[in-house]
Ligand binder design. Sequence first.
Ligand SMILES: [Zn+2]
Length: 251
Amino acid sequence: MSPELVSAAADVVRSAERIVVLTGAGISTDSGIPDFRGPNGLWTKNPAAEKASDIRFYLGDPEVRVAAWQNRLNTPAWTAEPNRGHGAIVELERRGQLHAVVTQNIDGLHQKAGNDPDTVIEVHGTVWFTRCWDCDDRRPMAESLDRVRAGEADPPCLACGGILKSDTISFGQALVPEVIERAMTVSDECDVILAVGSTLSVFPAANCVPRAKAGGARVIIVNGAETAMDRYADWLLVGQIGEILPALVGV
Ligand SMILES: [Zn+2]
């Protein structure tokens, strides 16, 4: 990829007023968060983790939940640090150009990097909170992890005794309609959509790209490999996200 291509895309970013950044797993791999399905992916290495992420097994089998809580104690997100890619997105917000971040990631790294939590739309939820399956009670994950360390193998909801899980969207679980609606609305409203580190093959999040394009936004795709939405790209930048994104933003 030529420096001229990055430079030209950087001009588009510089003059943008309402940027939506759509992020996927690729932006977090530099922070040590494993991708789910890649060659070193979590599920490739540990099929049991995939089973725990299916809502039917999770709700139906206490042993699956006990194993899931043990895994949560060591979730890489607790210690991961944001990288230069996350930092570049914070810079866009500092300059007043960021309309929203729509992320497929559940690691909370955009907020940890310094983005205003109100600008981050987490379409697949977050590992930093728990939600009760029965009463919807939502609390910081740390509280439940303390209970696990103190000996509760499968801590029930403190409000109603129901089953707790991380506030993420498991397989077989419905997305949150209000969250998806907001992601689509900001995509309609933006003048540039910057899709970073996503294969753009998981819906409805991937729909942000054609929605933005239909609304007249220019489309910049940054990823380590081809995506399912490359045909929409005005600028297609294939390579190291941690290098390209800071160059695009000029930080
Ligand atoms: Zn409850």
